[in-house]
Ligand binder design. Structure first.
Ligand SMILES: NC(=O)c1ccc[n+]([C@@H]2O[C@H](COP(=O)([O-])OP(=O)(O)OC[C@H]3O[C@@H](n4cnc5c(N)ncnc54)[C@H](O)[C@@H]3O)[C@@H](O)[C@H]2O)c1
Length: 439
């Protein structure tokens, strides 16, 4: 049943809480303020610039998404968050080195008005960083409860809230007994179980407070049964993981193109250089492993070697990330792709993407906050737990147990737009199109 009439309006202030206030977070917040002041346009944001076709192609009806579904307005966004480093967001944005000094000066007073709250942090989970402003507590439960208090305090200043993890990549973790149920997880919080990482303490706190949680990093965080259970119980949506920005976004466009034309792939070598703090964190092998897993999964899922063994059974897929300080946030990602065609003749494709990591990530973070707030107000979405319809935004989308997630960018886009049509009671678009030919 569509629920257009029962979606709560986006009235009042939407509070966005970011766990981690580094490059992506400051680029998001500075960008929103620059756009609000009319200094820039929201390029890359589907929620702000994207349209959605309704009805037949001949109806010529394609409103802006933000006019079609009730989303919070940029003017109604209020920001706060946590980080292990002190200083205000102007200083943090300068350190991140993404935006030009001149642009930052124009919004300096606004950025200076936001100071991160002390974080829940443990260097065991992010080896390359040393916490400067961190919370003290008797147990993980105590620390997670302090985050709940921060959220409760922010609730007195805003009407609705979402929490987004824009913090660092943690060490590689596997699902264990403590993740299997909410009861086991909450006992683990009391017992200081090493299977519970800081990102999971933020997620638990958000869901306990009934607010949506978004995972922008490749961390395990909410991709466990305990969080799914809590999310459904509290009607607080979850989604993740790892923003699909540069190289992986291009991969999720090229791989479906090869597959749809039944071209084989024998090798795909991807390498990156980047010099921001994220790159420094990923220089640690344990954090790199988390990122590597997140970047590797999609090729196999898109190409389906079990269905097409002649084309994809023997693919050699390698992903490298090298920390190279001179480049800062301006990453370079190379892909060498060995493909083969008719009668097995080999060909090669080279991609060199000189991208800006956080410039690509910030609009995704904005869209996710707005769409997750919409999900929390939408009766047919809020109780689902994982919001797989937002897989469009993630490298390694969380999905229901036993269901593989879609990775093809255009299937993901269609899925997202059809979900919006569905909740608003519009016909889904199947692209069948026989009706134009008198059928
Ligand atoms: N930049 C991109 O394009 C991109 C794309 C996909 C995913 N990501 C992921 O998003 C995350 C953020 O990336 P970034 O470029 O902003 O990194 P960053 O290093 O600039 O910022 C991360 C911030 O998180 C803070 N932090 C770490 N642990 C914390 C904790 N427990 N509590 C609070 N704060 C904590 C760090 O101090 C740092 O300031 C990373 O996990 C990264 O892998 C980034």
């Amino acid at each position: 049943m569509p629920d257009a009439a029962s979606i709560k309006p986006a009235a009042g202030k939407l509070g966005i809480m970011t766990a981690g206030m580094g490059a992506v977070c400051t680029t998001l917040i500075a960008g929103v303020e620059a756009i609000r002041q009319g200094l820039a346009k929201p390029i890359g944001s589907i929620s702000q610039m994207g349209t959605i076709r309704l009805g037949k192609r001949t109806d010529a009806k394609s409103p802006l998404i933000k006019d079609f579904v009730p989303l919070a307005k940029l003017d109604d966004l209020v920001f706060t968050g946590w980080d292990i480093f002190g200083g205000n967001l102007y200083d943090a944005a300068k350190t991140a080195g993404v935006l030009d000094r001149d642009q930052l000066e124009q919004i300096r007073p606004f950025l200076e008005g936001i100071e991160p709250m002390p974080a829940v942090f443990d260097q065991y989970y992010v080896k390359r960083l040393t916490g400067k402003r961190i919370k003290e507590g008797k147990s993980k439960c105590d620390l997670a409860s302090q985050i709940r208090n921060d959220i409760a305090e922010f609730k007195t200043k805003t009407d609705r809230q979402v929490l987004i993890w824009t913090g660092s990549t943690e060490i590689f973790m596997k699902e264990s007994a403590v993740h299997q149920s909410l009861a086991a997880f909450e006992k683990g919080l009391d017992d200081n179980d090493p299977g519970i990482a800081p990102s999971q303490m933020y997620a638990w706190a958000a869901l306990k407070e009934g607010i949506p949680f978004i995972n922008g990093a490749p961390n395990l965080t909410v991709d466990i049964p305990a969080m799914n259970e809590l999310s459904r119980k509290m009607n607080a949506p979850i989604c993740g993981k790892d923003f699909k920005t540069g190289q992986t976004m291009i991969k999720s466009v090229l791989a479906p193109a090869f597959k749809t034309r039944m071209l084989g792939v024998s090798g795909w070598y991807s390498t990156n250089i980047l010099g921001n703090r994220d790159g420094e964190v990923l220089d640690d092998p344990e954090s790199f492993k988390t990122k590597e897993e997140s970047k590797l999964g999609l090729l196999e899922m898109i190409l389906q070697p079990d269905l097409y063994p002649d084309l994809y059974k023997d693919i050699y897929h390698k992903v490298r990330i090298n920390y190279y300080p001179p480049r800062g946030d301006n990453k370079e990602g190379w892909d060498n792709i060995d493909i083969f065609g008719w009668l097995g003749y080999p060909m090669q494709l080279k991609v060199d993407f000189l991208c800006r990591d956080s410039i690509l990530a910030a609009p995704l973070a904005l869209d996710l906050c707005l769409f997750m707030d919409l999900a929390a107000r939408t009766p047919s979405l809020r109780g689902l737990g994982i919001q797989e319809w937002l897989s469009f935004y993630f490298k390694a989308p969380d999905s229901a147990k036993g269901v593989y997630p879609e990775h093809d960018l255009f299937i993901q886009s269609m899925k997202m737009k059809n979900t919006l049509r569905h909740i608003m009671g519009e016909d889904l678009i199947t692209h069948l199109g026989l009706e134009y030919y008198g059928q």
